[in-house]
Design a protein around this ligand. Sequence first.
Ligand code: GH3
Ligand code: MG
Ligand code: MG
Ligand code: MG
Length: 341
Amino acid sequence: MGSSDVIQPADLSSELGRSMPVLVAEDNPIFQSMLKSMLTKWGYATRMAPNGLEAWEAMQAADAPRLAVLDWMMPYMDGVEVCRRIRAAAREPYVYVLLLTARTESQDLVEGMEAGADDYLTKPFNAQELRVRLRAGRRILDLQQQLMEAREALRVQATHDALTGLFNRARVLEILLSEIARSERELRPLSVLMVDLDHFKRINDTRGHQAGDAVLREAARRMNATTRQYDSPGRYGGEEFLIVLPGCGARDGYAQAERIREAFACEAFTGGGEPMAVTCSIGVSSRDACTAGDADRLIHEADEALYVAKYHGRNRVAEFSGEEPTAESAALTKLAKFSRA
Ligand code: GH3
Ligand code: MG
Ligand code: MG
Ligand code: MG
């Protein structure tokens, strides 16, 4: 969220060089100019609409104001109908609607409020009264903004790993499932990489846990920088990362894994004191097109391939071969698992 989205207290906005946009829909020229000059004086940026139809059009724009002052009686579409449409669209962020009415019958007001208006003011009104009503509206919008920001922070927290900022395990598995479904539906290839840092325990042991954390963050940064926007690297466990590569068959998956391996090996890691060489091993598993239930199999296969990469000396990429394990390769895998532990 950029600082330009921060809502300033009402009436301060103009002093700070930022004005809150307000849509003012009013058909009467006298009220129009009166509203425009008052609101401008109080620091609002007014957008005027001379009838309900134009008001509704303005409210559908991507940058529509979040505060609307709607006259009730207007040509083409009345303020209550504009309000009803704004509510039916249910867009976020919330639009605060202040209805202006010359009517006084209580039944009319019930209709206006039921259409979703937040407040109303009866014409003719006192200027200071309009000013405080608008200020109350802004307060509601401020609160809603804070709620939205808190909800967004929670969403990020629930789906991301706090240390590296990558997707967390649950989220990357969710992405894998949906990409498998897409691959099955569209007959598109899919690759999965299991990346494991080499001898990471030594880094912790010799440089300390904080240096280890810095390495994990840098590893995440390099994986992010090397993958495409629609690839999904996630932190699978301690120093293991699962990367979902939609649209990549075996050859592309392998090439992508090589790029990541190279991105680690080509340049020493810093951030935890003296620069240090950090490498990773990567297991690749792929499908030309997935079938349901492939998630566990793909992960298992990438894991098996990773063991092979470790066994053959680390800092390397290995593909899952798909062959039935011979007695010899089974023994190798077992050995690799042992040496990795
Ligand atoms: P190999 O090349 O066989 O993968 O060796 P390794 O040392 O990387 O493998 P091992 O699984 O023995 O060690 C992983 C280490 O990762 C052990 C654990 O203490 C460390 N680790 C796991 N999560 C974190 C973390 O969040 N921060 C830090 N600093 N270390 C972590
Ligand atoms: Mg009118
Ligand atoms: Mg490791
Ligand atoms: Mg590991």
